[in-house]
Design a protein around this ligand. Structure first.
Ligand SMILES: [Zn+2]
Length: 337
C-alpha cells in the first residue's frame, strides 16, 4: 500500500473529520474467468484500518480491471480508443454512427465495456488507415450533420495526407538505399527537407519552371556546390538520361509535401512548379543559397531545350554511360567557374 496524498475531510468509515489517506494498492482481480493484476485506488482510514471507495474510485478501479484484461488479450485499451477517436476529432455518438454500431457503443467502450475482437479490428483499421475512414464517412454522410461531416472529413483527409507523404519519403529512401559512397563517389546523406527547399527557392525566382528544367537546375546547384565546398546540397543521385541529369526518385520527389505545381497542357501534360504558400528557408545555408543563386543567374532565363543543350555539353554528362549515375567527381570539369 502506497500513500499518494491525504485529504482533510469527513471520513465515511469512522464518521469523524480527519486526514484521510488516498492510497494505491497492487491487487489481483478475476475477470472473465482469468486473473488480472491492477493498481487500485482507495481511501484509507487509520482509525478503523478500513479501505473505502468513492464513486470515482469505483469507476476508475473498474476501468483498471477492464484495461488490464484488454492489455492481456491484446485489445485496445479505453484510452487508446479515446485517443484514436480524438485524433479525428469525432464525438462518441457520431463515431458510433459512422461505424453503424448503435448510439452508445463507443461511449461504453471508452468506459466499462470490453469490445469484442471484431470491433477491435475495425478500430485498429481506422487508426492506421485514414483512407478507410474517409470511405466510411462518405457512407454515413446522410446520418451526420453537414458541419460535423465537413469537420471529420477534413481531419481524416489531413491524416491521410500526412501518411501519404510518409509513404513517399519511405519510397524515396528505399530507392536511395542503393546509392552509397561506394557506388556514387561524392554522394552524401539524402536531405529531402533541402530538396523541397531548393525546389521552392527556384520556383520563386524562375518563371516557367517545368520539370525537365527543374531537374537540370537541381543537378547544377548540387554539383556547383560540390565544386565549391566539397559537398552537394541535397544528396540526390542523378542519372544521365537522354534529356540530361535526372534525380533518382524524381516521380516521388515532385509529389512530396511542400512541393507545388500546376499541371499544364501543351503537346502533352507538363508540370509547372510554383512556390508553396508560406514557404520559408529553414535548412539551406548561405553558401548553398549562393550556389543556387549562381545557377539561377546562369540558367534561369534559358528555355528547356537550351538548358538541355548545356547539359549535353558537360564533361560529367558526356563521360557517364547512358542511364548510369553521374559521379560528383566530375565537378572539377563543370562549365561554370
Ligand atoms: Zn476515519
Amino acid at each position: 500500500m502506497e500513500t499518494l496524498r491525504s485529504e482533510h475531510k469527513l471520513c465515511l468509515s469512522c464518521m469523524e473529520e480527519h486526514d484521510v489517506s488516498i492510497v494505491e494498492i497492487e491487487e489481483k482481480e478475476i475477470f472473465k474467468g482469468g486473473e488480472v493484476e491492477i493498481t487500485s485506488i482507495y481511501e484509507y482510514c487509520s482509525n478503523t484500518d478500513e479501505l473505502l471507495e468513492t464513486e470515482d474510485m469505483i469507476r476508475a478501479n473498474n476501468l483498471a480491471v477492464k484495461d488490464a484484461y484488454r492489455k492481456k488479450m491484446g485489445l485496445l485499451t479505453s484510452s487508446e480508443i479515446k485517443n484514436l477517436r480524438e485524433k479525428y476529432g469525432i464525438s462518441q455518438k457520431d463515431f458510433s454512427e459512422i461505424l453503424d454500431w448503435g448510439g452508445a457503443t463507443i461511449t461504453r467502450y471508452e468506459n466499462h465495456q470490453v469490445q469484442d475482437r471484431a470491433h477491435d479490428d475495425v478500430l485498429r483499421k481506422i487508426d492506421s488507415d485514414p483512407k478507410w475512414l474517409l470511405d466510411m464517412l462518405k457512407r454515413a454522410k446522410d446520418r451526420l450533420s453537414e458541419k460535423a461531416f465537413a469537420k471529420y472529413f477534413h481531419e481524416a483527409n489531413e491524416e491521410y495526407n500526412k501518411r501519404k507523404n510518409q509513404y513517399l519519403i519511405d519510397a524515396i529512401y528505399a530507392i536511395y538505399a542503393d546509392f552509397e559512397e561506394e557506388t556514387v563517389p561524392g554522394s552524401m546523406e539524402l536531405r529531402l527537407d533541402k530538396v523541397v527547399e531548393v525546389i521552392n527557392y527556384l520556383a520563386q525566382r524562375v518563371s516557367n519552371l517545368h520539370k525537365v528544367k527543374l531537374m537540370k537546375m537541381l543537378w547544377y546547384s548540387d554539383i556547383l556546390n560540390f565544386k565549391r565546398h566539397g559537398n552537394a546540397i541535397t544528396g540526390l543521385a542523378y542519372s544521365a538520361l537522354p534529356m540530361g541529369a535526372v534525380p533518382e526518385g524524381h516521380d516521388q520527389i515532385v509529389k512530396l509535401e511542400g512541393v507545388s505545381f500546376d499541371i499544364v497542357l501543351y503537346d502533352e501534360i507538363a508540370y509547372k512548379f510554383k512556390p508553396t504558400p508560406g514557404f520559408e528557408i529553414k535548412n539551406l545555408s548561405d553558401d548553398e543559397i549562393a550556389s543556387i543563386d549562381k545557377i539561377i543567374n546562369e540558367f534561369g532565363e534559358l528555355t528547356t531545350p537550351q538548358i538541355v543543350k548545356k547539359m549535353h555539353d558537360e564533361e560529367a554528362y558526356k563521360n557517364t554511360p547512358k542511364n548510369c549515375v553521374i559521379h560528383y567527381s566530375f565537378a572539377g570539369s563543370l562549365s561554370i567557374e
